[in-house]
Design a protein around this ligand. Sequence first.
Ligand code: ATP
Length: 516
Amino acid sequence: MAQDDVFKKLVAHSKEYGYVFPSSEIYDGLSAVYDYGQYGVELKNNIKKYWWDSMVLLNDNIAGLDSAIFMHPTIWKASGHVDAFNDPLIDNRDSKKRYRADVLIEEHLAKIEDKISKEVEKARERFGESFDEKKFRETNQRVLANQAKIDELNERFSKAMNGTDLAELRQIIIDNEIVCPISGSRNWTEVRQFNLMFSTEMGSTLEGSSKIYLRPETAQGIFVNFLNVQKTGRMKIPFGIAQIGKAFRNEIVARQFIFRMREFEQMEMQFFVQPGTELEWFARWKEARMKWHQALGFGAANYRFHDHTKLAHYANAATDIEFRFPFGFKEVEGIHSRTDYDLSQHQKFSGKKIQYFDPEKGESYIPFVIETSIGVDRMFLQVLSASYAEEELKKEDGSTDTRVVLRLPACLAPVKLAVMPLVKKDGLPEIAEKIVNDLRFEFNCQYDDKDSIGRRYRRQDAIGTPYCITIDHQTIDDKSVTIRYRDSMQQERVNIEALRDIIKEKVSIVSILRKI
Ligand code: ATP
């Protein structure tokens, strides 16, 4: 199936099965804003728990925080967001569509990279076992020519972005003959800057209101609480502060479902270290975060790092963790070495000393920061994309049937088990209800007695329930039930008493946390 179709199906499936709804749908929706339905909210909570536990529960030196969305407006001046949280936008005069100029160039670069990958894969097939990829990349003329194009373009692009040279960004688009994907034309406007922060008024106009911002990231709430947490928690460097919360950005181009939203949620951790040790910590966090993603079992080949060549002026290293979505490899998480920029800025703008006294060195300094920043919603989309599958099943009469299944990691699945009486009589519903009432303290359970058993299984497959328990007449005699596994569709008979232990082990987040 074409990847575009897979994505469309995923969006439709999310809505049909109560995962994600367009916001304000009865009023025709609100662009790039979404609501999470009954299963969506459970999956989202489980993702957040997986992240939170991996940070706060497993690390003595990482503390949690929940700072307010509204903050003093000077914070955004100090952080650079008022002056520089801009995206360069460009319009195509023929299609009247608006784009981010940097994204157009990045997509062009990705196309050249794709050409190289295809060349490499072709050669791999041709040479088989003896293929030496490194040598091929160093000697093949077509690969070398394309790599030279990438290097040259990257250098020009970095310079233009770092110097905020909007005319040069436009010139790059013209020189590389980048066309509008809708109109196919090169009829571009000038490039303009657009600030992504939403603002509102705080206080009534009578008493003099002031302009405040909806935070575009959660990180600044951590920086301005650095001293509070450090002092009250008696934290010693190196230590981190983790927080999960909403962020808001007035994105110019908000497409691709929950990948780019105007209201979204972030899970950010700022790790404060001694100056000079930051690159070592950057490397450690890079590895730790990749492990966290891969522990979910979606396959290492679906992840890659994208190391930044264009660094923000205050950063000395940055990388993205990219996941292979149905629309290609895209960022889910950023890991940045931000030097002492943020704390220094807040020290300067607030006039308060923001330093750490290092008892071992006997001196005070402004710590350096490694940031790990991941979007909950993008992670949600990663989990759904990796889990959605359509399977052809052979029926007993030889015909085929399609099963749609969400192969969610059991620890993230919204419903852990569905309990189903085979028929709605003979005392079977009562046994099923008793099992649910017994297990619901530990797992999210669902009682289901509507439709045929086959249809009930399909419904649970579609929401990703890993285990279904069926109660039949044999249960009355010997207290055994059938447990059916979502992925293999295998069934086995087990005793009711054994259910708790079987399921507990399989759905526990601990087993995944132990892998990281
Ligand atoms: P992009 O380049 O895709 O706009 P970014 O580099 O601006 O992302 P960061 O500022 O590093 O993103 O934010 C950290 C994380 O927050 C991202 O990796 C992403 O997972 C998430 N995120 C950022 N913007 C959005 C958005 N508009 N909608 C959903 N998630 C977002």
